[in-house]
Design a binder for this molecule. Structure first.
Ligand SMILES: [Zn+2]
Length: 264
């Protein structure tokens, strides 16, 4: 068989001799369609060349992976405290019944009146940490401070998606250089568990830089107390501790299931 030149083979019944040529032509056209540059900006995608879609055949297309990245970048870039949050989370509306709440509120109010360094509040979810931080932001924004809001989980997700690209530096610089930054839910991990190394790298990148310029105000809320943060990353925790000083608070649940507050 192998000595017979291919030329002598007859096409089997049903086989189209021209099919291969047609297929190659289609593949060629498909490749050209996919290589065509698009008009999307803000992130340079090597897969779709900024069209946001990938043709899988001449008449079918799918959304490119970069669209999720683009959406998270837009969200992170435009993220700000909503008017609704600012209206709801005021000092006046913070219901301080227990003694620890009174102390936490006093600390937060004092910081908002004479802001210096950082403010850290960590511990139990649902204890009103965000409420106090937004109330501080409310006051400071009204007093003319230029603030930026960073919802940790979505911002970290966006930053991780563009790691090692110019977009990373662009977005990171906004967080680094903000005169006032509120980091909401630092190291929040969906479903619990350990903080991913990628998140720690981003926090190092951000917080070490802010630490180096003491004029930058940083407000942080987190489910982790500073004590727990020490075990996650000592470099980060010790810098927060140093900059926050007496404004590092921990809200803990005690045995009677009541909350209590501890200065860290
Ligand atoms: Zn793409």
């Amino acid at each position: 068989m192998e000595n017979i030149p291919a030329l002598f083979f007859e096409p089997k019944p049903g086989e189209q001799p021209a099919a291969k040529g047609q297929d190659e032509w289609e593949q060629d056209k498909l490749r050209r369609m996919n290589e065509e540059p698009g008009r999307l900006t803000g992130y340079n995608c090597p897969i779709c060349h900024n069209k946001g879609k990938v043709y899988i055949s001449l008449d079918t297309e799918r959304e490119c992976e970069c669209m999720a990245v683009r959406r998270s970048l837009v969200r992170a870039r435009n993220s700000s405290l909503s008017q609704d949050m600012l209206a709801r989370y005021t000092f006046r509306r913070y219901n301080a019944t227990a003694e620890w709440q009174q102390t936490a509120k006093e600390k937060a109010m004092a910081y908002s009146k004479a802001p210096a360094g950082w403010f850290y509040i960590g511990g139990q979810p649902g204890a009103g940490k965000t409420h106090l931080c937004v109330a501080i932001m409310n006051r400071l924004l009204k007093a003319g401070h230029k603030g930026r809001y960073m919802e940790w989980r979505s911002a970290a997700q966006a930053l991780k998606a563009v790691l090692n690209t110019p977009e990373y530096l662009q977005l990171m610089e906004k967080y680094r250089s903000a005169p006032l930054l509120y980091i909401d839910d630092l190291f929040k991990v969906q479903g619990g568990g350990a903080v991913p190394p990628g998140d720690i790298n981003i926090a190092v990148d951000l917080l070490y830089s802010r630490y180096n310029d003491p004029s930058r105000l940083t407000i942080i809320s987190s489910e982790w107390t500073l004590q727990q943060l020490m075990d996650i990353d000592e470099g980060i925790a010790s810098r927060i501790k140093e900059r926050s000083g007496e404004n590092a608070l921990a809200i803990l649940k005690d045995r009677s299931k009541n909350y209590r507050m501890k200065e860290e």
